[in-house]
Write a protein that binds this ligand. Sequence first.
Ligand code: NAP
Length: 326
Amino acid sequence: MKKRILAYGRLNDEQLAQLGQDFEVQTFPDLASADDPAFRSALPDAHGLIGASVAITPELLEEAPNLEAIATISVGYDKYPVEELTRRGILLCNTPDVLTETTADTGFLLIMATARRAVELAELIKRGEWQTGIGPEHFGSDVHGKTLGMIGFGRIGAAVARRGALGFGMRILYTKASPKPELEVELGAERHEMDSLLAEADIICVTVPLTAETEHLIGEREFALMKPTAIFVNIARGQVVNEAALIEALEMGRIRAAGLDVFEQEPLSPESPLPHMTNVVALPHIGSATHETRHAMAQRAVDNLVLALRGEHPINLVNEAAWRSV
Ligand code: NAP
């Protein structure tokens, strides 16, 4: 009997056909939550899951005794109970590398848009308020030559910093990462304690994963340490930042602006003050959302799942310990 896959991510026809060669595939194209009754009733017979943005809890795993592997179409895996998966010998595969450059582009998009007030000034034209030349009350601030503070300096953090250092002549500081001697040589990056980075950086960009240690890593104390002219950009996960503290810092003018791709609650409620603030550029979690990159991510997830269900080592395995226990 063929192994069974539940596919709840966006896969194209070729990718579904690739899975269908060796496996039976049941699709859930618009799955919003793993509590969906049809999805839950399919779990007991599932050997593989492939998808994104749906939280898989330890309780759900109780209902999936045949599960061998999960392929998430993302690099972040905060929606999965890694320890529990490992304990059960279930492989968890993610999609690093293929989205690094596109997500870094989004980081720089937010840096540029906030610094130069691009969205706010585009809105001004739409309202018919461009009557005379734009004056100092609408001037932005330079990005080139400024100091960029990276909180998290892994694949995406380094790619943002590379754009800053090599494209915009920025000084690069980093924290919350092990020493990176090669990047110190390549980009002149300097490793700082968190507090001194917060105090010195003109633009601060968060790229740490969401873990128990990084939840609410940035809050009231951290915003208070930033320059009043600081621009804060988060392209990691919303829960890394205490959003109430961020809103207060923006409202009180403790920082100048924020560029946000991620939020504590997604989708962000239109009731949130954030998207209505003129000094905030808010995007609907589009870090990796280009045709090319989403295709590459889905393909990587398909390849990972096929390998895992065939008993071969997947290209990207989060929980290596589960492989050893297979
Ligand atoms: P990565 O290569 O693993 O880099 C993570 C960085 O964070 C590393 O420098 C790591 O330190 C550091 N870090 C600090 N505290 C950590 C902790 N408690 N646990 C683990 N790492 C910690 O990951 P990446 O590929 O750059 O992706 C980073 C995150 O970006 C993802 O986890 C995801 O949440 C987010 N992301 C968002 C989008 C979006 O659509 N907005 C798209 C892709 C990714 P070391 O250098 O010492 O390992």
